[in-house]
Design a protein around this ligand. Structure first.
Ligand code: FES
Ligand SMILES: [Fe+2]
Length: 452
């Protein structure tokens, strides 16, 4: 559990709150690149971290986040025309380029007055980058702007990556905790066998297909044991379950500051998945999802399934609102729940959202009863609360701020003898103690976290 003060500290991300101020020192995904599909396309409204912006793509193809407020009399530039190297306000035609320079003031006589006034006017713009299918924005002080986090998916050709986003009606941390809580997979996402969930480590599942075997191990062991390693940009979280014949099935995820997670499902060669939970305000967030494969292109079939809402990707409408959502009870099918799946809700992403939103927009963490299967969640809270307190009390920036190269990490699964310690499991599975991908930079001091 957390005290009310700590729960507020964790969940409040307005510009005057410590967590909101700290978030602003990190690049955030603001929208998908494909939301601005071509030069001079219509602008998009963006709201993250309680800040309203407008996203535009100019004639040269450059994407840019700008303030929505026209410096003339405050009209919203979302209604503006993107044209010939800039955006023109729809109210009186003042025009600005993507660097915020004023290009034209047609309400003044064309006798030198326009040029003179233009020189005095500047539109506020926010540092913007485009990488990995996302348009990223930085809302912090410009003199302390870090490098863009060097995620592996941002360095790959676009046909090896699929990205999506969806709206969630919950605080960002609630959604993030859902991804770091590996124990829930034994329940929330489980298909039933003969109308039942089987539990018990001695239930042998090895005769079935690879997919069924891993589901069997997850199903039969609902109390994974944790090994967690703390480093400069976050936490490696290993959850160990019994597999067959004295083996251990490891599911290894990553938490990366301040709001990223890598999912634990992939065996070698399989697609990896990651997410970023970006606060819109304290009660809603955007979940940015990405799937990547460093070894090959994603197939048409895979992309088509992701577009329809497979794996971490949700089925959404054109505004990125999930089709199955809290207003229609996620279209829960009680017959299906009785006979086929644990929830009766279609889609892993929707199952997560249903449960995370069911807790209310900001769950009351003072009333929880945590147990050993919640250790990933506990350590995430400790990590980020320690960081935000050091930031707020002593003005210290989190170490992740200066370690962009230590975001190039992988995550995934491994099966090995139960005698192998976690550190060696990491080296055996990923060839590196933190699962650093080729091209990443590991300068980290490691602290194994006491988990028992
Ligand atoms: S308010 Fe934008 S040009 Fe007048
Ligand atoms: Fe989940």
């Amino acid at each position: 559990m957390l005290t009310k003060e700590k729960n507020d500290l964790l969940t409040q991300t307005g510009p005057e709150r410590p967590m909101g101020k700290m978030f602003r020192f990190f690049w955030q995904p603001a929208l998908l690149s494909r939301e601005l599909p071509e030069p001079d396309c219509p602008p998009k409204r963006v709201r993250i971290l309680n800040t309203d912006m407008v996203a535009i793509r100019d004639t040269s193809g450059r994407a840019q986040l700008i303030t929505p407020t026209c410096p003339h009399r405050g009209a919203n530039l979302f209604f503006g025309r993107v044209e010939e190297g800039g955006i023109r306000c729809a109210y009186h035609g003042w025009k600005f380029d993507v660097d915020g320079n004023c290009l034209d003031i047609p309400t003044l006589p064309d006798n030198g007055q326009r040029e003179k006034m233009c020189k005095k006017i500047k539109l506020e713009t926010y540092p913007t980058r485009e990488a990995g299918g996302f348009i990223w924005v930085y809302l912090g002080p410009k003199e302390l702007m870090p490098e863009l986090p060097d995620f592996e998916f941002t360095a790959l050709p676009s046909d090896q990556v699929y990205v999506s986003k969806k709206l969630q009606y919950s605080n960002w941390a609630q959604a993030c905790e859902g991804a770091l809580d590996t124990a829930h997979f034994s329940f929330l996402h489980m298909p039933l066998v003969d109308g039942k969930i089987n539990f018990g480590k001695d239930q042998f599942v090895a005769e079935s297909s690879a997919d069924e075997r891993r589901l069997g191990w997850i199903r039969n062991d609902g109390s994974p044991r944790f090994s967690i390693t703390k480093h400069e940009t976050g936490l490696v979280i290993g959850g160990a379950r019994y597999a067959d014949e004295g083996d251990t099935y490891w599911r290894i995820s990553q938490f990366l500051m301040p709001n990223h997670g890598l999912a634990p499902n992939a065996f070698p060669g399989e697609n990896m998945h990651g997410q970023c939970w970006v606060p819109i305000d304290d009660e809603t967030c955007w979940i940015f999802n990405y799937t990547w494969n460093p070894e090959r292109k994603l197939s048409e079939d895979e992309v088509s399934r992701f577009q329809k809402g497979a794996s971490i990707h949700a089925e959404t409408d054109e505004d990125y609102r999930p089709i199955r959502n809290i207003n229609n009870d996620f279209m829960i099918d009680r017959e299906e729940q009785r006979n086929k799946t644990y929830t009766g809700i279609k889609g892993v992403s929707e199952q997560d959202a249903a449960i995370q939103e069911s807790m209310g927009p900001i769950v009351d963490r003072t009333k929880e009863h945590l147990n050993s299967s919640d250790l990933g969640v506990v350590q995430f809270r400790r990590y980020i609360l320690d960081a935000v307190l050091a930031f707020d009390n002593e003005g210290l920036l989190p170490s992740a701020h200066s370690h962009a190269g230590l975001y190039r990490l992988r995550s995934g699964s491994h099966v090995c003898s139960d005698k192998i310690p976690f550190e060696d499991v990491m080296k055996e599975r990923f060839g590196h103690r933190l699962a650093l991908a080729p091209g990443g930079t590991d300068t980290s001091a490691l602290t194994p976290v006491k988990t028992a």
